[in-house]
Design a protein around this ligand. Structure first.
Ligand code: URA
Length: 192
């Protein structure tokens, strides 16, 4: 385990613990406001994130920023955003077990140092990584779970899923996402 985020980020940059290090352009450690309030954990870097070395900067990331922004959250002001793994899997395939295992110390360090009170788990891959078993995001999104360090943890849809489902009607994925983010904001506003 590392003592600071900078130390972990530096080790991440030079990490060769799994095969993804051979195909990455950049590691994507995470970015945003470091405090003990709220962190969002996505899946893995995609094409644009790999090029930029920053999380959620492609089309899905732009939608995520927009949704978070509607509730007053932004990486500049109040939220930290990262992924379960820090290197892009080729062709954006799901991360494999050994890759998740090799990368876990970086995510654990981020959580242990920040001790966020709210943890948002974005999409199925992040969900299954955090819970360590197969789960349905549709079934559990919007619910609060007990997370690390006494945090409240909520699974939410991944923005890529929302991009594939255009409807905003009541009950649609976009509508559900908005209910979830509003609930997150409600709880966030009660934090000291
Ligand atoms: N999807 C993710 O889960 N994370 C990113 O950083 C980009 C796309």
């Amino acid at each position: 385990m590392f003592n600071t985020l900078d130390e972990a980020k530096e080790a991440c940059k030079n990490c060769t613990k799994c095969k993804l290090s051979a195909t990455r352009t950049n590691t994507v450690f995470g970015e945003g406001v470091v405090n003990n309030k709220i962190i969002l954990i996505g899946e893995a870097p995609g094409f644009y994130e790999d090029k930029a070395g920053r999380p959620f900067v492609g089309k899905a990331g732009m939608l995520l920023d927009k949704i978070l922004g509607c509730a007053g959250f932004s990486r500049e002001k109040n939220i930290y955003i990262c992924n379960t793994i820090k290197c892009r899997p080729p062709e954006n395939r799901d991360p494999e077990a050994d890759e998740k295992e090799a990368c876990r110390e970086f995510l654990d360090t981020q959580i242990n140092i920040m001790k966020p009170k709210i943890v948002l788990i974005c999409g199925r891959v992040a969900l299954e990584s955090m819970f360590g078993r197969k789960m349905s995001i549709t079934r559990v999104r919007g619910q609060w779970f007990d997370g690390p360090h006494g945090s409240k943890m909520m699974p939410i849809f991944h923005p890529s899923y929302l991009l594939r489902n255009d409807s905003r009607e009541k009950g649609s994925p976009k509508w559900l996402m908005w209910q979830d983010i509003r609930e997150v904001k409600r709880v966030y506003d009660t934090l000291q």
